[in-house]
Design a binder for this molecule. Structure first.
Ligand code: AMP
Length: 193
């Protein structure tokens, strides 16, 4: 069972790579951002709670996010492995995930960190903003999302590095170039395609 965590700043192409990895490895991609957006769209209680945070580029509180992931991990389709896209994003979520996995007797196989200069992320966001319709792809909210990422998520990259789980990937090229880099690193982590 392979459990892959995908990390990277907003706009780096995480969602796109998550879909490619998920299709190639035949495991579900669990995107916390997408689950929140789906809930906002369908007007659930969770969506109502989350929408203010999403619109401001802030993180949804850890307890809310973690219990959502816990429920997701109880579904049958994760039995053969899964990819986490956008979770964990804070040190508290890192410990919560540790507990969720321990409780089920599971372990992270590899953490892939997508890395690119900031101007690339801004270019992606600007292009995406035109057709994504995402309320958080406006320049001022995007700036906030980058700041929150640096402050709250970058420390977890160091954490996974210290644990020997981190595989860095140059994400500044085209989509196929980046996925080729991703698969090279997945192989290095012992995950064959
Ligand atoms: P993403 O689609 O990964 O860019 O996430 C979009 C938005 O969803 C983020 O800016 C947060 O508001 C929220 N979100 C997604 N994942 C998390 C998480 N792990 N913790 C808290 N908030 C999250």
């Amino acid at each position: 069972m392979n459990i892959v965590v995908l990390l990277g700043p907003p706009g780096v192409g995480k969602g796109t790579q998550a879909e490619i990895i998920s299709a190639k490895l035949g495991i579900p991609a669990i995107s916390t951002g997408q689950i929140f957006r789906d809930n906002v769209e369908s007007g659930t209680e969770l969506g109502v709670l989350a929408s203010g945070y999403l619109d401001q580029g802030e993180y949804v509180p850890d307890v809310v996010t973690t219990s959502m992931v816990s429920e997701r991990l109880d579904q049958d389709d994760v039995a053969e492995g899964f990819l986490l896209d956008g979770f964990p994003r804070t040190l508290s979520q890192v410990s919560a995930l540790e507990t969720l996995l321990d409780d089920r007797g599971w372990k992270i196989t590899a953490v892939i960190s997508l890395e690119a200069p900031e101007h690339i992320a801004v270019e992606h966001m600007t292009k995406r903003a035109k057709d994504s319709g995402r309320s958080d792809d406006k320049p001022e909210v995007f700036r906030k999302r980058l700041d929150v990422y640096h402050e709250r998520t970058e420390p977890i990259v160091t954490h996974y590095q210290d644990r020997g789980l981190l595989y860095s990937v140059d994400a500044s090229g085209t989509i196929p170039e980046v996925s080729a880099n991703v698969f090279t690193q997945l192989e290095a982590a012992g995950i064959g395609v």
